[in-house]
Design a protein around this ligand. Structure first.
Ligand SMILES: Nc1nc2c(ncn2[C@@H]2O[C@H](COP(=O)(O)OP(=O)(O)OP(=O)(O)O)[C@@H](O)[C@H]2O)c(=O)[nH]1
Length: 314
């Protein structure tokens, strides 16, 4: 899997806003040092490439959990390690391309950025965006977060009406089931009321209850990514045909490394089945590590691997 992380440096790190340039100026605007690529390669000039991957933006207030989500899903960081993550002060861009289906960029935004500072070229950012994930900390007072969500969504929608707006009501691990539902209802109502008041009821927000301490974050990310896969209906059809012609109860097409499922058949997803598959993937990866198979080894599962649950008939 090729993953390249760029840190798009602000001209002045202490500045609350990140300076952006028009796309024509991109090449001149960022020297290599300013880009600060962690493993080289991907430069800001990629936005000039017509085949550039869809962007997934991670936005939300400070400490809402954006970087933790990215680290846990795409870097296999354990949830407890995220306690030591420092606050992000630069836009962090990561290229995720593990298969022809899973291919996108994730942009993690610092919480303190003022997106609407005149020096911040939000039009350029939203223009190439496929999904905007807005993370709300459910363990904190979320009134400010909801108004920030409204501001972000309305600005983004003006630039690009095709963006999928995804709201992660995050850190729900500390909440009881009743409390979770209650918070989701309240946030949903407030966010939609704000849109109706602004005459923008046509904007569709999708809500997910997430936590890095269980599989909910992987499931939510799977659904976000699936919406960006044009071949999804075909894949779902193939999986439907597959299970109807075999003794298989449920089939997922997984991106093994991230545990995102790219597609599944049309029967409902049961969280425990999904968790079982994730655990099986972990076992395969652990065994691969123990036996030291290289990444090029034919013995390793290919990055996008179908995983199936068998129904044993007696
Ligand atoms: N309980 C719980 N804590 C979480 C969860 N996700 C993240 N956190 C914690 O939230 C804190 C902030 O996480 P970050 O990922 O740094 O938040 P951020 O939104 O990237 O913060 P900025 O970079 O300041 O914008 C860390 O201590 C994480 O361990 C979660 O699902 N549940």
């Amino acid at each position: 899997m090729s993953r390249k992380t760029d840190r798009l440096a602000a001209e002045d790190e202490d500045s609350p806003a990140v300076d952006y340039w028009d796309e024509e100026d991109d090449l001149e605007a960022f020297s290599d040092a300013e880009l600060g690529c962690e493993d080289g390669g991907l430069g800001f000039s990629d936005s000039l490439n017509p085949e550039v991957k869809p962007r997934i933006l991670l936005m939300g207030l400070r400490r809402s959990g954006k970087s933790s989500i990215q680290k846990v899903v795409f870097h296999k960081m354990s949830p407890s390690e995220t306690l030591f993550l420092e606050s992000t002060n630069k836009i962090c861009r990561e290229d995720v391309s593990s298969s022809s289906f899973v291919s996108f960029q994730i942009w993690d935004f610092p919480g303190q950025i003022d997106f609407f500072d005149p020096t911040f070229d939000y039009e350029m950012i939203f223009r190439g965006t496929g999904a905007l994930i807005f993370v709300i900390d459910s363990q904190d007072d979320y009134v400010e977060a909801v108004s920030r969500l409204h501001l972000t969504v309305t600005r983004a929608y003006k630039v690009n009406t095709n963006i999928n707006f995804e709201v992660f009501i995050h850190k729900v691990d500390g909440l009881s089931d009743d409390h979770k539902i209650q918070k989701q209802r309240d946030i949903h109502r407030r966010a939609n009321d704000d849109l109706v008041d602004a005459g923008l009821q046509s904007i569709n927000l999708s809500f997910y209850l997430t936590s890095i301490y269980d599989h909910s974050i992987f499931e939510a990310f799977s659904k976000v990514v699936q919406k960006l896969i044009p071949q999804l209906p075909t894949l779902e059809n193939l999986l439907n045909i597959f299970i109807s012609n075999s003794c298989i109860e449920k089939a997922f097409l997984f991106d093994v490394l991230s545990k995102i499922y790219i597609a599944t058949d049309s029967s409902p997803v049961d969280m425990s089945t999904y968790e079982l598959c994730c655990d099986m993937i972990d076992v395969v990866i652990d065994i691969s590590c123990i036996y030291g198979w290289g990444s090029d080894s034919p013995s390793l599962p290919s990055p996008a691997t179908p995983l199936t649950i068998h129904r044993y008939v007696g």
